[in-house]
Design a protein around this ligand. Structure first.
Ligand SMILES: Cc1cc2nc3c(=O)[nH]c(=O)nc-3n(C[C@H](O)[C@H](O)[C@H](O)COP(=O)(O)OP(=O)(O)OC[C@H]3O[C@@H](n4cnc5c(N)ncnc54)[C@H](O)[C@@H]3O)c2cc1C
Length: 348
């Protein structure tokens, strides 16, 4: 089989790069071994405001301008909804936070998202003694359903190999790469935290950030916004809510733990006063980079091996922009924006 590209990994990064190839009529085959599940368990939330400090998220506006049409195209392709607009209610802990909110709403990059008002109306089931601030033009993408549908689509079209990509199997020649019976021009590695196993790119400074979530059923909670207090409460419909997420910098597996569950429960209990039942627990590893920027580029010695990784905590917003930049670099020689490029990390 002869293809233009092999893609390794079908999380948000692999999906975004595959779409870029489809749009440009390039042929490809994707390897996916289900070793990581960050994109599948993710909250899927997109929000251009850092909710701890009320500061702008890096490049968020530019990224959203590409991301929103990207998810719309997928909705058109599969005739399904994946992108749900959803306001965010940020519960305040103190008068100081209320003041900081007001100051931040004046910021030019934040004013289209943050409403300059302290909301005091009670939300049934939620404790909000200092009120809350409302964010608009935010939402979430149902990444699990989207990826399931996209995997099925690739599988039907014989573009998906559900197997391990073996790093020792391929042979790099000047203008092509041979992997068993497949000949391609380039390989793009999109393995998330799986990059640690990749001998060509594991020199890049990936810092694993395990995240755990629980799904609860709370029949008396009737919330139609994302609530953000000690943890987030994301309404999934029918009184089911996704609660998350933890940050653990030491665990290296995607296995849910009692420690994670207890932490989420303790934090949730600080601001929710209705009964609920935990129905599911999920975990994944966010592919996070020391400087919290993505990893795009080609190997210093093998220009036909490329990487698309480092989406960190914001894969939903970053993936479509990152895929576009990498594609334009590989095919049209347009330089990658410095902050996205792996050139900032020299290989020893
Ligand atoms: C708990 C949690 C909550 C999150 N919440 C949000 C959120 O609300 N909003 C947001 O934007 N982001 C969120 N994220 C972050 C987001 O999930 C990531 O930024 C994004 O999923 C990373 O996508 P990726 O494709 O780079 O990696 P992954 O999703 O890890 O995908 C990599 C893929 O490569 C495959 N793979 C790896 N090695 C191989 C190999 N050798 N052969 C074949 N296949 C291979 C893996 O199986 C996997 O499917 C969250 C993450 C977690 C863990």
């Amino acid at each position: 089989m002869k293809v233009d590209y092999i893609i390794v990994g079908l999380g948000l990064a692999g999906l975004a790069f595959s779409k870029e190839l489809e749009k440009n009529n390039k042929s490809f085959i994707v390897f996916e071994n289900n070793s990581q599940n960050s994109s599948i368990v993710a909250g899927g939330v997109y929000n251009p405001v850092i909710l701890k400090r009320f500061t702008p998220v890096w490049e968020a506006k530019n990224q959203l301008e590409i991301a929103i049409p990207f998810y719309s195209e997928l909705e058109d392709q599969f005739k399904k909804k994946y992108n749900y607009s959803l306001d965010i209610f940020r519960i305040f802990k103190s008068i100081e936070e209320q003041n900081n909110w007001f100051i931040a709403t004046d910021h030019q990059q934040l004013s289209e998202y943050m409403i300059p008002k302290i909301e005091n109306s009670k939300i049934k089931g939620i404790i909000s003694n200092y009120g809350y601030g409302k964010l608009i033009n935010t939402g979430w993408v149902d990444t699990k359903n989207l990826l399931e549908d996209y995997r099925n689509y690739l599988s039907i079209n014989k573009k998906l190999l559900q197997e391990d990509f073996q790093y020792t199997t391929f042979n790099i020649q000047e203008n092509s790469i041979i992997y068993n019976s497949i000949t391609c021009s380039k390989i793009v590695f999109c393995e998330g935290f799986g990059i640690k196993q990749n001998p060509y790119f594991n020199y890049l400074p990936m810092q694993e950030a395990k995240g755990e979530l629980i799904i609860i059923h709370a029949p008396n909670l009737n919330v139609n916004a994302l609530i953000k207090a000690a943890v987030f409460v994301l309404p999934l419909g029918d009184n089911y809510y996704k609660i998350g997420a933890t940050f653990n910098w030491n665990h290296k597996t995607s296995i849910p733990t009692d420690e994670g569950k207890n932490e989420l429960k303790e934090k949730l209990d600080t601001f929710i006063n209705v009964p609920y039942k935990i129905v599911e627990q999920l975990a994944g590893i966010r592919p996070t980079v020391k400087d919290r920027r993505p990893l795009l580029g080609t190997h210093p010695n093998y220009p036909n091996l490329a990487v698309l990784n480092g989406l960190g905590t914001r894969g939903v917003m970053i993936a479509p922009t990152a895929a576009k930049q990498l594609y334009n670099y590989l095919e049209n020689k347009i330089e990658i924006n410095n902050e996205y490029s792996i050139l900032r990390f020299l290989k020893n």
